[in-house]
Design a protein around this ligand. Structure first.
Ligand code: F6R
Length: 362
């Protein structure tokens, strides 16, 4: 049931501290990542020469965060494919490839077909799935279940954040096994992961601030979202959320790419949402914000606590975690933003037009 919440989406957003905690808790032993209860053989993380993530929509956005994390920590090349494109791209796949499929429902046909194709080419397969016993889970050699519980709202929220949480564990495990992290480094990475539920809770406690910010988007037809590094894939997800439930056209851009064409669309009062959680990219991101402001854009900024400077006056301050761990809190703030726009427009938040929870046509 929705309990006292007007929509399942708000209930599911609120459950995130608890379900993220549940997803990671059983997979941390003595401060280190441990998939033995999942029956996942460590060798899949050590024997591969490359990793391919296959998924659709929000699940694919979780994969893009995973790519950043794994490549940075483990120096293994990671490709992320939209499942519908994968097998038509002549992908490089062999028994040296670890294929990771990501799916809430475990029934998305494009992802399932891509998984079967990869298996037929000899790839080792691991799936991150929410629904127990689903087709993708049953077809895959290894499964790590997200413990998000049933997700009813069409727009995915808690499934996404638990998928990303699993990618942190996979990153820690792979880095440790491959000798990229020593035990202490792995423990401190896992320790930072354990702070995420609290950081998400902190945002939920301040949801009225986000509700207030959302009002400036109610009449918007277009919006752009800009960020660099890990903030870019987080904004791809934020942008999808806003589009699907509020029907506002939104595009996420890696900030530096904007001036290669899209900045032509920025005019007086165009809302631009800027995310700043990556310290090493602050000054570049601030100059990109100036570029759109000088074309008249109205910027709404979400800034990690500690990174606010005299050059940026944050509209919303995100909790302070290590930069690599900001993707989950940032997306939760954006889920709330999209939610309030949709609800305040009087739309059917849980059942947006033209969409189905499970997509079983190719
Ligand atoms: C968006 C959304 C979709 C799904 C996509 C994959 O909010 O929910 O983009 O993420 O259809 O679905 P699963 O994860 O069930 O394979």
């Amino acid at each position: 049931s929705k309990k006292h919440y007007p929509f399942y989406m708000e209930k599911e957003i609120s459950e995130q501290p608890e379900v993220i905690e549940k997803t990671i808790r059983s997979r941390i032993k003595d401060g280190l990542p441990d998939f033995s209860a999942d029956g996942v053989d460590d060798s899949i993380f050590t024997e591969c020469e490359n990793i391919t993530v296959i998924a659709c929509g929000t699940a694919m956005h979780a994969g893009l965060i995973g790519k950043h994390l794994i490549e940075k920590a483990c120096a293994v090349p990671v490709n992320v494919y939209m499942a519908s494109e994968y097998m038509y791209c002549d992908p490089i796949v062999s028994d040296k490839t670890l294929v990771i499929c990501v799916s809430q429902s475990g029934e998305t046909i494009d992802t399932l077909e891509a998984l079967k194709y990869a298996k037929s080419k000899g790839a080792k397969t691991l799936s991150i799935v929410n629904v127990k016993g689903s087709s993708i889970a049953m077809t895959s050699d290894n499964v790590i279940y997200t413990n998000a519980g049933p997700e009813i709202a069409v727009a995915s929220t808690k499934a996404y954040t638990t998928q990303v949480a699993v990618f942190y564990l996979i990153t820690a495990k792979t880095a440790l096994l491959r000798g990229c992290f020593n035990e202490d480094e792995t423990k401190s990475f896992v320790n930072e992961l354990e702070k995420i539920p609290q950081a998400v809770d902190d945002i939920l406690q301040r949801k009225d601030e986000i509700h207030h910010l959302s009002q400036s988007l109610l009449t918007a037809e277009h919006t752009f979202m800009i960020g660099r590094g890990l903030d870019y894939p987080a904004l791809l997800e934020a942008s999808l959320k806003l589009k699907e439930i509020s029907y506002i056209h939104s595009e996420a851009f890696a900030s530096g790419e904007l001036k290669h064409g899209t900045i032509a669309l920025i005019i007086k009062k165009t809302p631009v949402i800027a995310l700043l959680t990556q310290e090493k990219l602050m000054s570049k991101q601030i100059s990109n914000i100036r570029e759109v402001e000088s074309r008249g854009a109205t910027v709404i900024s979400f800034v990690k606590d500690g990174l606010q400077t005299k050059d940026i006056n944050p509209d919303f301050i995100l909790p302070n975690l290590n930069d690599d761990f900001m993707a989950i809190p940032a997306v939760v703030a954006m889920q709330l933003l999209a939610y309030y726009v949709s609800a305040d427009k009087g739309l059917d938040v849980d059942k947006p037009r033209n969409l189905a929870k499970v997509v079983t046509v190719e």
